[in-house]
Ligand binder design. Structure first.
Ligand SMILES: [Zn+2]
Length: 359
């Protein structure tokens, strides 16, 4: 272990007796595994032992043999008696080897699996080509405040994410409480969808997710297994982004009977643009300014109408702006968006794109 090596390197190498005792008592390992009842090492004690020149003193003091040591120390090497009671004195040489400042009584040992538990960083192309056989949390390499859950099926995605969509942005549904399961099923049926097709991709800011889980807890609404898993991923992701900095959690699903690979790639691009809008204040500010100052009210209305038909809450202006940039600038698949969707031709939409892209 590198820490142990470092401990040994810090000790003076000129005392062969001390060196041999380091070998007798494995360094540092003993710190975390001292027998119950053996007091934790204290810096003051180690310093005193060092000054007196008897490296075993701390150990003997610890077991009440200090007086014996004072008498015998000058007449012979204490190595043999120390080795004769290894369980008790084993920590002492290591304590004496480390000069001040002291090591803490129990050094935290990072779990070997911590790195494996972190979401892998993938660039957009790798996210596009990724295929999940179980839901998995990934992280955008180009913008580590953006996380993405890749689901193996649209059904699995819907079961975990649809109630969040219902709370955050679906038109005609309450913004102040989490729907019950039966209400959710009814809302999906009213929309003419199934749980799989209610949304093809999702995007939520950390604050949206926090609100969903807070409201569910407030009203004792039980989370589905998928939602509980999403909450765990959100907590993990939130902890990886500095406090005060917004994060965004996206989701998409693997291609299947209801969505091909081209569709997935387009949905990913669309959702990633929400990731940028939610985490890049300068980008979002530029889009908002263009929406308010460069587009005409008729142009905004045409976009709002389209989004309303798609089921987005038209009363949420920030949602309208966010979806406008996602559909007009970042949704290449014509099955999801064409100029005809907002009653315009290609040239008109290109002009709007230029206005939205202006810095
Ligand atoms: Zn969107």
């Amino acid at each position: 272990m590198p820490e142990d090596d470092a401990t040994i390197r810090h000790s003076p190498a000129t005392d062969p007796g001390r060196s041999s005792r380091v070998q007798v008592a494995p360094p540092r390992v003993e710190w975390g595994s001292a027998p119950a009842g053996v007091p934790a090492a204290k810096p003051v004690r180690r310093g005193a032992a060092w000054m007196l020149g008897g490296v075993a003193l701390a150990g003997f003091v610890a077991v009440g043999l200090g007086a014996w040591w004072v008498v015998l120390a000058p007449v012979g090497p204490p190595v043999v008696p120390v080795v004769a009671v290894p369980v008790v004195v084993a920590p002492a040489p290591v304590q004496a080897e480390a000069p001040p400042p002291a090591l803490p009584a129990a050094l935290p040992v990072p779990p070997a699996s911590r790195l494996a538990a972190l979401p892998p960083l993938l660039e957009e192309a790798a996210l596009r080509d990724h295929r999940a056989d179980a839901p998995v949390l990934l992280r955008l390499a180009e913008n580590p405040a953006v996380f993405l859950i890749d689901f193996p099926t649209l059904e699995a995605q819907g079961a975990a994410m649809n109630r969040i969509a219902a709370l955050v942005e679906k038109a005609g549904l309450p913004r102040d409480r989490v729907l019950g399961e039966a209400e959710m099923a009814a809302a999906i049926a009213r929309a003419g969808d199934s749980a799989a097709t209610f949304y093809y991709g999702h995007n939520y800011r950390g604050t949206d997710l926090q609100r969903f889980f807070d409201l569910a807890r407030r009203d004792a609404v039980a989370l589905s297994p998928g939602e509980a898993w999403v909450e765990a991923q959100y907590r993990l992701a939130r902890g990886l982004v500095p406090a005060g900095q917004e994060m965004v959690l996206l989701s998409i699903a693997a291609p299947g009977p209801l969505m091909d690979a081209t569709g997935r790639a387009s949905i990913l691009r669309h959702e990633l643009s929400h990731g940028r809008f939610g985490t890049d204040p300068a980008y979002a500010a530029g889009i908002r300014q263009a929406w308010r100052q460069r587009l005409t009210e008729a142009e905004r209305a045409a976009i709002r109408d389209f989004l309303g038909r798609e089921g987005y809450d038209m009363a949420d202006e920030e949602l309208m702006i966010n979806e406008a940039q996602a559909y007009l600038l970042h949704t290449p698949d014509p099955r999801f968006f064409t100029p005809a969707h907002i009653g315009m031709d290609e040239a008109q939409v290109e002009r709007l794109r230029g206005l939205l892209r202006q810095p």
